[in-house]
Design a binder for this molecule. Structure first.
Ligand code: TRP
Length: 333
């Protein structure tokens, strides 16, 4: 089978990947690698835009995230895993793209706007941080990626990418660059264990793919449920109840989950019982991932070799794209 469409996707290596990553994008990547030519990027340059004072942290997490990818089932025989900072062509294309976007437009990017507030940057936001969506557009277009499996918070990035692609192609009368489509799962956001809308390591409400069974059990036991469900015999609420949100996603026995919900709503079903079930479900899901990770971590050099080989391949593809880009711009001296 020929793999026609190209996928480009990736993560900032700032911490271990968690269940939110799995639901938002990893599950899709593992599935889609069979039918698409997939590039998965360790976005260390982007990670530095808000961690430039801690390059050692980013470096350590490049290995962690690579381990997470392989453990979860990203298969190096089907997908190309690579390191962003080792592809100078991305930086080059970013510079050319920057002419096509105003600072005002960058400030309006909803995801960036949120992050600026969250991180308290205000007017002091660095140029590097403000323009990371442009760099992300280069990540995608340098390999001519047309499909990008990501969580919903990344949709504005794909929109900006396509604006740049259109402006570039129009201006230089070319079609070298391709527009991309975000692939966002129907349920793309997993709440944190605290019940907050989004699971995120920085919010301290995440369950990592590499958490031990004990840690998972402790986190589930602390999980937000229905604050008004005080005694076992009280009727409980399902909506906004994190434990049930997780069961909906990870428990394959939908009939039993439906029964549990009905029982919970009637009253007579305690939180601890439901939580015990979720602990079993999550650990059954995570066990094989943890096992693979433990095997892989015994030989970190072999893991880095996989990543470096993928990087080599990505460089070849990127150099080809840049040749075409330079030609379109009359820079092929
Ligand atoms: N912005 C993404 C995140 O924060 C990471 C990323 C960088 C990315 N480059 C990308 C995702 C290209 C998809 C495509 O998680």
């Amino acid at each position: 089978m020929t793999k026609k469409q190209i996928i480009l996707t990736g993560d900032r290596p700032t911490g271990p990947l968690h269940l939110g990553h799995y639901v938002g994008s990893l599950a899709n990547r593992v599935k889609l690698q069979n039918d698409y030519q997939q590039f998965v990027m360790l976005a260390d340059v982007q990670a530095l835009t808000d961690n430039y004072e801690h390059p050692e942290k980013v470096r350590a997490n490049v290995l962690e995230v690579a381990l997470d990818y392989l453990a979860v089932g990203v298969d190096p025989n089907k997908s190309t895993i690579f390191i962003q900072s080792m592809i100078p062509e991305i930086a080059e294309l970013t510079i050319f793209f920057l002419n096509f976007v105003s600072v005002a437009r960058l400030r309006r990017n909803p995801t960036v706007k949120n992050e600026i507030v969250q991180k308290g940057y205000g007017d002091q936001v660095s140029a590097g941080f403000l323009m990371y969506p442009v760099s992300q557009a280069a990540d995608i277009t340098i390999v001519k990626g047309t499909l990008v499996p990501v969580g919903e918070d990344q949709a504005p990035m794909i929109e900006q990418t396509n604006e740049l692609v259109r402006a570039f192609n129009r201006t230089y009368k070319t079609d070298v660059l391709k527009e991309a489509k975000a692939l966002i799962p129907k349920i793309s956001r997993l709440p944190g264990i605290d019940g907050k809308a989004k699971m995120s390591k920085s919010l301290g409400n995440a369950i990592s793919l590499s958490d031990s069974a004990d840690v998972v059990a402790k986190k589930v036991m602390k999980m937000f449920t229905d604050p008004d469900h005080i005694r076992v015999e009280d009727p409980g609420k399902i909506e906004g109840n994190t434990v049930f949100s997780y069961l909906d996603i990870f428990d394959e026995n939908k009939d039993e989950v439906a029964e549990l919900k009905a029982h919970y709503e009637r009253g007579g079903l305690g939180d601890v019982k439901v939580k015990r079930r979720l602990i079993d479900v999550l650990n059954a899901f995570l066990d094989p991932i943890r096992e693979r990770r433990e095997q892989l971590i015994k030989d970190p050099k072999a893991v880095m070799d996989i990543v470096l080989k993928g990087t080599q391949k990505t460089r070849e593809v990127s150099a080809q794209t840049m040749d075409e880009v330079r030609k379109a711009m009359h820079l092929n001296y």
